[in-house]
Design a protein around this ligand. Structure first.
Ligand code: 5GP
Ligand code: MN
Length: 339
């Protein structure tokens, strides 16, 4: 966003508007934290604001201030479409291409509203009127903080906004340890704590919500962990049958891929999760150093993300997806062994 864009946005938001805020499908902590942080901020500036997610999100996010006001497009499609069609401004947060909203793509594309993108993913599409994209940022939540700052409103940030933004910075940085965490990130976090975010309580609310079954599912995943030393790679599989056995709920597999990366001498970690309902295998990739899982996912798994964290999918069976993954690894051996 250049100076002119900032001044235009400021002008745009200087009178009351009908605003919709949308994150990507299967929203995570950063997606929900950023849309709700922005939601509270815009409400305080007297706008009419509605937050709409493409679908549901994990229970460990269902305590964040304002969460109960979110509409889900897949279960209330007509109501959501009417609100979108009537909007003056649509903020799209934590994604870089409209297809990342799944079935909301069509109605968003057709909307005449001014679109404002705030996002930190690589290679943003050009659908928005104003694009605030910064791939060096730890999280979209950190960017919403800077967005509020650019509008000269840091003093407007209250405990609700601070709590929402803290959630997404914490989850997208793996609790402030991924390389995207900068001193600037810590300064933002410090200010959010000063403004009322209760860091310890937020951590407990998000991370200490395991059920007995979800821990057993983690045990199953770790039992399935395989290592390919010559490619410095570890991968995990979870079949639909295993997910059913441990009473899988949305969010239960979040973060499991990182266990592969915690092994010594591992540069690339993957998890393959079978989803019989959607007829796909969902893939999460994580890496260390300069090995880009964004590139790997874009090239082979119809996905994308960041250098060290990306996602994708496969229409092959679970077994064939893993075979494909193993077959492409040798072409990356040089890069993987250089890390
Ligand atoms: P996760 O593995 O946790 O689902 O996603 C890791 C990162 O990759 C997130 O930043 C997420 O937004 C991005 N991502 C996940 N799935 C996809 C996908 O199918 N396409 C694209 N472009 N990005 C994805
Ligand atoms: Mn994010």
């Amino acid at each position: 966003m250049n100076k002119q864009d900032i001044s235009n946005t400021k002008q745009l938001l200087s009178t009351s508007k009908k605003i919709v805020i949308v994150p990507h499908k299967n929203p995570d902590g950063d997606a929900i934290g950023s849309i709700l942080g922005l939601y509270h901020y815009l409400l305080k500036s007297n706008h009419q604001v509605q937050v709409i997610t493409p679908n549901d999100y994990p229970n460990f996010l269902k305590w964040i201030p304002g969460e109960q006001n979110i509409l889900k497009h897949d279960s209330q499609t007509k109501k959501c479409d009417d609100i979108i069609n009537d909007a003056d401004i649509i903020f799209t947060l934590d994604f870089n291409a409209l297809h990342r909203t799944g079935s909301m793509e069509t109605v968003l594309e057709a909307s005449k509203a001014i679109k404002i993108m705030i996002d930190h993913h690589q290679a943003p599409d050009d659908y928005a009127t104003y694009i605030f994209s910064d791939v060096s940022m730890s999280s979209t939540c950190e960017m919403v903080y800077h967005f509020i700052d650019m509008l000269g409103d840091l003093n407007v940030i209250d405990i609700n906004i601070a709590t929402c933004l803290y959630v997404g910075i914490m989850t997208d940085t793996g609790s402030f340890r991924f390389s995207s965490t900068s001193s600037k990130t810590h300064r933002v976090i410090a200010d959010l704590i000063d403004k009322g975010a209760n860091n310890s309580e937020i951590h407990n609310n998000v991370y200490d919500t395991n059920s007995y079954k979800s821990l057993q599912l983690l045990g199953c995943a770790l039992t399935n962990l395989k290592v390919i030393p010559e490619s410095k790679t570890a991968y995990i599989t979870l079949s639909q049958e295993e997910l059913n056995r441990y009473d899988f709920k949305k969010g239960d597999t979040e973060g499991i891929v990182n266990y592969g990366l915690s092994l010594e001498n591992i540069v690339l970690a993957a998890i393959f999760i079978e989803d019989k309902q959607e007829g796909i295998v969902k893939i999460s990739l994580r890496s260390k150093g300069s090995f880009s899982v964004n590139d790997m996912s874009r090239t082979h798994f119809d996905g994308g993300g960041h250098i060290n964290a990306a996602g994708g999918k496969s229409n092959l069976s679970l077994k064939d997806t893993v075979e494909k993954f193993i077959s492409i690894l040798p072409s990356y051996n040089k890069a993987l062994n250089n890390e």
